[in-house]
Design a protein around this ligand. Structure first.
Ligand SMILES: O=C(O)CCC(=O)C(=O)O
Ligand SMILES: [Fe+2]
Length: 346
């Protein structure tokens, strides 16, 4: 998450909102393999599939906070480039999420147009697995910063993978080995701009509720807007809870691949971008994510065989499964619901 400086520059997140209680995991304890921290992380990944990662007071963590500050500023510059520039680097609908996604190209739960833009930059290009995708100069100029952040994200993802494997009592490197930085994957750095809402009718969903497809998402933002649905019904607006952004804390959540790999022990929770609350609503909201995926050739097959039988087994590769899910989502045939979170019964 960004530094205190960035938080001081915007109106405060209101105190009177219903927020979700998230576990706070210290990065230092995660990396050093502290047992209590590992247990706490595993519990959070089963109970909600969301937790906070405290980057403060750790050398690597402080470096990451500094990079996030710079990259949030870069996100603002990139997403405010003239439309004709952004249009030269577009996503390819149905084929690739790399590039700029324009505002309003998807819908929300009310079938209204979305209220966000985003840019995805591939890990593959930054790590030299493939050529870097075409990008505007202001981003090419920051290639070193983007690559460094990507590598740091990979360190965090690897540490979380090791902790989860250990807690599931399978070989430590099981999940980490499926995330090599030098093999093709759908992992991206994602920059998002959710638009200010100055009129009452604009205070609605910006990005529709969803679960993340991959394994681990690392999210940094300053202005509120993210909501999760801990329990209850999608259409019950009272069941949604706000996530309070905090300086130095990354928001981490698990995606669908971990649910499949663990026969639904780990949880991929529904979330969405609502609107920025309180006085923050007058500002555009920028968020920066590393959307972590395993290597594309990995399969979705179950890896962990304790626990209950899973009714959603599939042999598809990660890449095949992603487009399969996207296809069903487009046709409105994919039930967007929280999955996983089962207690190990063996
Ligand atoms: O920006 C946020 O708060 C959440 C973004 C998100 O959920 C996503 O990109 O999958
Ligand atoms: Fe998400």
């Amino acid at each position: 998450m960004a530094s205190q400086k960035q938080f001081d520059a915007v109106p405060p997140f209101p105190d009177n909102l219903q927020t979700v209680e998230l576990s706070t995991i210290p990065l230092a304890g995660l990396i050093s393999g502290d047992t209590k921290v590992a247990e706490q992380l595993f519990a959070a990944c089963q109970d909600l599939g969301f937790f906070l990662l405290d980057l403060r007071g750790d050398h690597l963590g402080e470096e990451i906070i500094n990079e996030i500050d710079q990259l949030l500023n870069l996100s603002m510059e990139a997403l405010n480039l003239p439309e004709e520039v952004k249009k030269r680097f577009p996503v390819t609908p149905g084929k690739s999420i790399l590039g700029f996604k324009p505002r309003g190209s998807s819908v929300t739960e009310t079938r209204q147009q979305d209220r966000y833009e985003m840019l995805n930059i591939a890990q593959d290009g930054l790590m030299g697995v493939t050529d870097l995708q075409p990008l505007p100069d202001i981003l090419l100029d920051k290639r070193r910063l983007l690559t460094s952040y990507m590598k740091h994200g990979h360190v965090i993802i690897t540490a979380i993978c090791r902790t989860l494997s250990d807690q599931l009592k399978i070989p430590t490197e099981t999940f980490a080995d499926l995330h090599p930085a030098n093999k093709s994957s759908g992992t991206t750095i994602r920059m998002i701009k959710a638009f200010a809402c100055t009129k009452a009718e604009e205070r609605r969903t910006s990005m529709i509720h969803h679960t993340d497809f991959g394994t681990i998402t690392l999210l940094a933002n300053v202005i509120g807007g993210l909501q999760v649905l801990p329990a209850g019904e999608l259409l019950d607006e009272n069941a949604w809870r706000w996530v309070r952004p905090q300086p130095g804390l990354l928001i981490v959540n698990l995606g669908d691949v971990f649910v499949q790999w663990t026969g639904r022990i780990l949880r991929s929770n529904v979330h969405r971008i609502r609107y920025a609350p309180g006085e923050q609503q007058n500002l555009d909201r920028y968020s920066l994510a590393i959307v972590g995926r395993p290597m594309s050739s990995a399969t979705m097959k179950r890896i962990h065989n304790l626990g209950v039988p899973s009714e959603e087994e599939t042999d598809k590769t990660v890449l095949e499964y992603e487009w399969y899910k996207m296809g069903l989502v487009k046709q409105g045939k994919w039930e967007m619901k929280t999955r996983g979170g089962r207690v190990i019964s063996a």
